[in-house]
Design a protein around this ligand. Structure first.
Ligand code: PGA
Length: 254
């Protein structure tokens, strides 16, 4: 079954003190609001995970935790990396895999994305596999082919049973952090592309949209056919905006 997720990708923002504060604010606002039917997930920097999971537990907040990145090997000589079992021990049930910033700035290729997704599944952590084209690819008319190839490379090596536990986020690179949100038509087209690239029946696949999601555009985007939730960057750093996006989406999905 597809699930409705609102995921906050904090990127490299908030030290552990700020992370505790933001988590508490989100949790308290979400408790007072009607977000029934959607799950809230925060993805803080790795060094904040312990603090965030402690505050969620202590304050009994209805927030799940994701890691922004982890390495596919379980342990060993990989200086600077963090394994999936390690982030799982800190309470992560989700892992963002292959965000365009990792792909572009840290040379994460399709093979690394596939290995990371596979490792997450092996540890019962839900991978949120990010796909999306650059402005240049779209201008040259290659976006459908590009995203189809990304999806197939990421999940083609998984079993159908494993694929049932994968979440996909469509994040056009030109819409990330730019304020340039994709139109409903563009999002609907690309979400359909992702579903038709899926090796199995994609009826139950959860597909998120990400790229300049704000409270003002959340209703329109949540109402786009095939969109089950959001991966939110900038607006997830503000508790009011993040919870407002969740409230708006929850209303659409009820
Ligand atoms: P944005 O980021 O909401 O700031 O555009 C989205 C993302 O990178 O996941």
């Amino acid at each position: 079954m597809a699930v409705n997720l609102i995921v906050g990708n904090w990127k490299m923002n908030n030290d552990f003190v700020a992370a505790i504060h933001l988590t508490q604010q989100i949790g308290i606002l979400a408790r007072q609001a009607d977000v029934s039917g959607v799950s809230l997930v925060v993805a803080p920097p790795t060094c904040d995970l312990r603090s965030v999971s402690s505050v969620i537990e202590a304050d009994r907040l209805a927030i799940k935790i994701g890691a922004q990145h982890a390495y596919w090997e379980d342990g060993g000589a990989f200086t600077g990396e963090t394994s999936i079992p390690m982030v799982k021990r800190l309470g992560c049930t989700f892992l963002i895999v292959g965000h365009s910033e990792r792909r572009e700035l840290f040379a994460m290729d399709d093979e690394a994305v596939a290995k990371t997704a596979m490792s997450a599944l092996r540890h019962d952590v839900t991978p949120i596999v990010c796909v999306g084209e650059s402005e240049e690819v779209r201008e040259n008319g290659g976006h459908v082919e590009f995203v189809t190839a990304q999806v197939q490379a990421a999940v083609g090596g998984l079993t159908p049973a494993q694929r049932r536990d994968v979440v996909v986020a469509y994040e056009p690179i030109w819409a990330i952090g730019t304020g340039k949100v994709a139109s409903v038509e563009q999002v609907a087209e690309m979400v359909a592309v992702i579903r038709s690239a899926w090796p199995d029946d994609a009826g139950d696949l959860t597909v998120l949209y990400g790229g300049s999601v704000k409270p003002e555009n959340a209703a329109e985007l949540a109402g786009t056919p095939g969109v089950d939730g959001f991966l939110v960057g900038g607006a997830s750093l503000n508790a009011e905006q993040f919870v407002q996006i969740a409230v708006t989406a929850a209303k659409c999905y009820r």
